[in-house]
Design a binder for this molecule. Structure first.
Ligand code: ADP
Ligand code: MG
Length: 881
């Protein structure tokens, strides 16, 4: 069976070499009960470990069934230990956290025996040693003799050919020793048993052969009846083909059982490990929630916000850059020199280039062209014109012009505004656009259905005819004070006082007013056609808009507008509209026609060369002036314009003129940023309120839903591409931009936070690694046992990897569960603070990924400890207590 040929084993302990075995020659038969006797330290254990494949010989050879082991690989040794050898130790070496049955099963698990078979065979082995009724107990619930019998059952369960017992009775009293020896004698009937013992009496009594060892040498051997040593046998049963390997489930089970024995520590570790996960999961919940909320708002509310394309738009980027002194060009500047920076010029030129003219005539034609195929994305299109509705409230002492609003003028704010930046194109553009925005009277959507879905009717109904209007409150049932002042529900004189107070630095207080729906519905409005204010005397026209009596008289024939209802937005959006009074677009269509048909309009349009107010031809002053510019210096030119009264004095203050160049001036004049006076046809038409129906000032396109908005934007891009530079329209989707930037900010903040919290995740992983290392130290003995019963290095590292995976999984799951709990609390707090329900919500995928990350990190952290574990010398491991 086994042949030892001149086995030598040296240990190097520090500098000293210990010769534990110095040439041992032994042969063992198939069934013997050999006892090895010898004083302590003579090399008995070493010999046994070498025979059992637990330790490697330094030189010589161990022949197993005729096969030399010189070329054995680690795996071959593992297989040999698992299939052919059973170990019994003095100190039993049972795994404390496994039941008796599991301890016995373990060797079978390693050789890949099925579960039922395992159970059966383990139970059988325990039955044989008389422990059939103790299988569910843990080792520490047994007596020493019982534990040793469990160890024997474990050694036998694989039906090995060799049973190696190292002082099996060394820790037992004589009575139990005899029990154990009896069992060993039974076992030795059909296999080789090699037992190391101190006790010569027991050896004499039970062993069939006694080998005495002294200082690493055999000194006596009564090898009587040594038959069938097997030296001549060839490797008949080559078991090298049957590899041992521990299934991952076994590894998990082993680790899980081990972890269960120290629940407190495991839970604490997992909890500590979960803190990083909690942090990240919470941040993700919040940012995900906020982003979802933004998206929801976009979907619910913003889809009803139209795409707005204005005749003139202002690109504020350059202006902002100019104001904030941001260097957009990124010029190289070296220290040691002083450079001239641009600020005023930058500002001025940005004002210039900032104003973009959109050709809305062509655009309108495109929008209305069925071939463009945007109809299916559009729920309504609305046009606004520069023609203001001329409306008055007639149920007061004297008529009050309510539209265009007189609030700015009467409060004195308009003066201040014009003082701040007179005559520049950008200011004018902004004023125009703002003025229209600030209009109290706003056109309603052309689509009745959409209108009904967007507004909740509080009193009366929505307008159905041209002369019907409706009061629109904001979602908090308010009318802005601007509206109230405009339509005379608050006294404009009061505003003027307040404005003056403010200018003197006195804080103001406004009392809150309340109105009933009836009070609002009782107001009376009349409309004048814009050209009604002009009268003809002789051949020339005069403007009577300043003549209150004239207006009052005219108003008697004016069209009466009926307030038919009070409404508010059906949904409260993020951007609440300020409210106002809504009229149907038919009213504007009617007005445009009326204006156009008026006598003065007809006359002016028929004679585009002549000013109907003066009877003089429109001057070509601007053109003439510019030709002069070629021959003059800029400063002289400006002075000349001023002295001739062609521009308002101080339009561009003297101190800024040095920044003007001729090119810039030409641009200013050409683009109408700087007006060189003299009436123009355009100015007259604007004064009369004549708008070309084909030339809107703004186009509003209402998308059907959120996706449609993007489709429409794409369509417009397509239009721009084919319309060319000249007719391309530019617009800014401010709401979309704002939402985008909010999303970007939210994301950026959450990434930064996640990065911070990730540090705590790493820290907790390291901690788990350390705890795994402690576990490795604690389970050194177990590692030795596993190796003794045939576990490979990989199996051992697998056990510890399984352990870290379990801890990582527990940490992840605890983290996610705690986060879910915290999100509930966070949501209660947040909904109290913001009124938005269910903001924080962890995306399920993120939860799963975070658990995965937690497992991965702890696995990585555990790799080093688990390698340390797998590298442990099984002999050393078994020696540790
Ligand atoms: P015993 O006969 O008491 O079982 P051992 O086989 O355990 O003796 O030890 C034999 C000799 O080898 C002893 O001198 C012991 O100190 C030495 N020895 C055993 N294992 C090691 C080791 N891992 N490193 C160094 N010396 C060892
Ligand atoms: Mg020993």
């Amino acid at each position: 069976m086994l042949v030892l040929k001149n086995i030598v084993k040296d240990y190097s302990a520090g500098d000293a070499r210990v010769e534990a075995l110095r040439g041992v020659d032994l042969e063992f038969g198939d069934s013997e009960f050999a006892a090895i006797l010898g004083p302590s330290g003579c090399g008995k254990t070493t010999l046994l470990n070498i025979i059992g494949g637990l330790d490697r010989y330094t030189s010589g050879d161990l022949v197993i069934r005729g096969k030399s082991t010189k070329q054995f690989t680690e795996r071959d040794w593992d297989t040999y230990r698992n299939h052919s050898v059973g170990f019994v130790f003095q100190s039993y070496n049972l795994i404390p956290h496994q039941t008796v049955l599991s301890n016995v099963e373990l060797a079978l698990t390693l050789s890949g025996v099925s579960r039922e078979e395992r159970r059966r065979r383990a139970a059988e082995a325990l039955e044989k040693v008389g422990l059939g009724n103790q299988m569910k107990k843990k080792p520490n619930q047994l007596s020493g003799g019982q534990m040793q019998r469990v160890a024997i059952a474990r050694a036998l369960v694989n039906d090995p050919e060799v049973l190696l017992a190292d002082e099996p009775t060394g820790a037992l009293d004589s009575e139990t020793s005899i029990q154990v020896m009896e069992i060993l004698r039974q076992v030795a009937k059909d296999r080789l048993v090699i037992m190391v013992t101190h006790n010569p009496e027991l050896a004499d009594q039970y062993a069939t052969r006694i080998i005495r060892l002294l200082d690493g040498k055999v000194v006596s051997d009564n090898a009587a009846g040594t038959e069938g040593t097997g030296a001549e046998e060839t490797a008949a049963e080559n078991e090298a083909g049957r590899k041992t390997s521990m299934g991952f489930l076994t590894a998990l089970n082993l680790s899980l059982n081990n972890l269960m024995t120290k629940k407190g520590r495991t839970i604490l570790t997992a909890f500590a490990g979960s803190i990083g996960i909690i942090g990240i999961a919470l941040i993700l919940s919040l940012s995900n929630g906020v982003n979802r909320y933004i998206e929801r708002v976009q979907r619910d509310t913003l889809s009803s916000y139209p795409l707005q394309i204005d005749e003139r738009t202002v690109d504020m980027t350059e202006t902002m850059a100019g104001l904030m002194d941001i260097d957009l060009e990124g010029k190289e500047r070296a220290d040691g020199k002083v450079y001239s920076g641009g600020r005023v010029t930058q500002l001025m030129s940005s004002w210039m280039s900032g104003v973009t003219e959109n050709d809305l005539t062509a655009f309108k034609a495109w929008v209305e062209d069925p071939a463009n195929d945007i109809d299916r994305y559009v729920s309504a299109v609305r046009y606004e014109y520069n023609t203001p509705l001329l409306l008055y409230r007639t149920d007061l002492d004297k008529p009050l012009q309510v539209n265009p609003s007189t609030v700015m003028e009467s409060s004195g704010m308009a003066d201040m505004m014009s003082m701040m930046g007179s005559g520049t194109g950008i200011q004018e553009t902004m004023m125009n656009t703002t003025a229209r925005r600030m209009n109290v009277f706003v056109p309603l959507l052309d689509n009745d259905e959409l209108l009904k879905s967007q507004y909740a009717v509080l009193a009366g109904r929505l307008p159905e005819a041209m002369d019907e209007v409706v009061i629109m409150l904001n979602s908090r049932n308010e009318l802005s004070d601007y509206t109230l002042y405009s339509i005379g529900l608050r006294d404009q004189g009061e505003l003027k006082n307040q404005f003056e107070q403010l200018m003197r630095g006195v804080p103001i207080e406004t009392e809150e007013l309340e109105f009933t729906y009836d009070e609002l519905l009782d107001m009376r409005f009349r409309m004048l056609v814009n050209t009604d204010v002009f009268t003809k005397t002789g051949a020339l026209w005069t403007d009577n808009s300043g003549d209150a009596d004239y207006i009052a008289r005219k108003l008697e024939d004016g069209m009466e507008l009926k307030i038919v209802g009070v409404v508010k937005p059906a949904k409260s959006g993020l951007f609440s509209e300020s409210g106002g009074i809504g009229y149907r677009t038919e009213l504007m269509d009617y007005l445009l026609t009326k204006v156009r048909e008026s006598e003065i309009a007809q006359e002016q349009l028929a004679n585009p060369e002549t000013d109907v107010f003066t009877g003089q031809p429109f001057s070509a002053v601007a053109q003439d002036a510019l030709t002069l510019l070629d021959t003059m210096e800029v400063e002289d030119f400006m002075e000349m314009l001023e002295s001739k009264g062609l521009i308002p004095a101080g339009m561009i203050p003297k101190e800024y003129r040095m920044f003007l160049t001729k090119d810039l001036l030409r641009q200013f004049v050409g683009q109408g940023v700087m007006m060189i006076s003299g009436n123009t046809l355009e100015a007259n038409l604007e004064k009369m309120g004549i708008s070309d129906p084909d030339k809107p000032a703004s186009v509003y396109i209402y998308p059907k839903d959120f996706e449609s908005k993007n489709r429409i934007a794409e369509k417009i891009e397509g239009y721009n591409a084919q319309a060319g530079e000249e007719h391309a329209v530019r617009y800014t989707d401010y709401v979309g931009l704002m939402m985008d930037s909010v999303t970007t900010i939210v994301n950026a903040i959450s990434y930064v936070l996640v990065a911070f919290v990730a540090i705590s995740l790493v820290v907790s992983s390291i901690m788990i690694g350390i705890i795994t290392y402690i576990s490795v130290l604690e389970r050194t003995k177990e590692i030795g046992i596993l190796r003794a019963i045939g576990a490979s290095r990989r199996d051992v590292s697998r056990v510890f990897n399984a352990e870290t995976l379990i801890v990582g999984f527990a940490a992840g799951v605890i983290g996610i569960l705690v986060t879910l709990g915290l999100t509930v609390i966070a949501n209660i707090i947040l909904s109290n603070l913001t009124g938005i329900p269910d903001i924080a919500a962890l995306p399920p995928v993120a939860g799963v990924i975070l658990v995965g990350i937690s497992m991965l990190l702890t696995l990585i952290a555990g790799i080093i400890p688990s390698r340390i574990a797998s590298r442990k010398d099984p002999v050393v491991a078994l020696r540790t207590e």
